[in-house]
Design a binder for this molecule. Structure first.
Ligand SMILES: CC(C)(COP(=O)(O)OP(=O)(O)OC[C@H]1O[C@@H](n2cnc3c(N)ncnc32)[C@H](O)[C@@H]1OP(=O)(O)O)[C@@H](O)C(=O)NCCC(=O)NCCS
Length: 173
């Protein structure tokens, strides 16, 4: 598992990505067409984490609009959780944000999704509000989370520490 790599998602990845999507969100998942559309969206960036045999273990997507990045999706195959793969994908997304001169990163997350909320808090995202009944499948509220300005020292120092703590340092050379 040490030799994972993060690569831009392409149309040939969509079948495997969709399988994970179905598994992770059985009742309310994106369609394959949503992924194909997103791959031709000029404002969007999608990345996969793959093992040494090119098996897709997870993926992340985000939109870069003016000074704001919006994370649209993040999922790790259930068999490969707690291996820091989501952290690696988020670090990659944040690296792209710096390249694109983004200042703030935002996302919505189900209020019951403790693993994801804990992950984002580790990256210093903060809850700034609630979208009531946001999710159509069960009417669950969404928590809106935002970073502070990612160019501030506190955010940068935290990212530096997170990178150092991840085994896969060569991804960020
Ligand atoms: C949330 C998710 C992406 C985390 O992926 P992961 O690769 O297992 O996460 P990582 O191993 O990188 O964990 C990073 C941090 O996230 C938090 N975390 C992850 N899983 C957790 C869990 N089950 N319980 C509590 N915290 C958890 C922890 O803070 C963890 O840091 P630690 O290992 O130092 O404690 C994964 O559980 C998933 O795909 N869930 C379903 C899809 C989803 O909810 N996506 C987010 C939509 S907003």
């Amino acid at each position: 598992m040490k030799k994972v790599k993060i690569l831009q998602m392409t149309t040939s990845d969509v079948d495997a990505v969709y399988k994970i999507e179905e598994m992770v969100h059985p009742n309310h998942h994106w369609s394959k067409d949503s992924f194909y559309n997103e791959l031709s969206n000029k404002l969007a960036k999608y990345f996969c984490v793959k093992d040494e045999n090119d098996k897709i273990l997870g993926f992340i997507g985000f939109w870069q609009i003016f000074e704001e990045s919006h994370i649209t999706t993040l999922a790790i195959h259930p068999d490969f959780r707690r291996l820091q793969l989501a952290q690696m994908l988020l670090l990659k997304a944040i690296e792209e944000c710096y390249s694109d001169m983004i200042k703030y990163i935002t996302l919505e997350v189900r209020e019951s999704n403790i693993p994801a909320i804990s992950l984002y808090e580790k990256f210093l995202f903060e809850s700034i509000g609630v979208r009531k009944n946001y999710y159509q499948d069960n009417g669950e509220n969404a928590i809106i989370m935002f970073t502070q300005n990612i160019w501030y020292d506190k955010f940068k120092e935290n990212i530096k520490t997170l990178k150092e703590n991840i085994n896969k340092v060569e991804l960020f050379k």
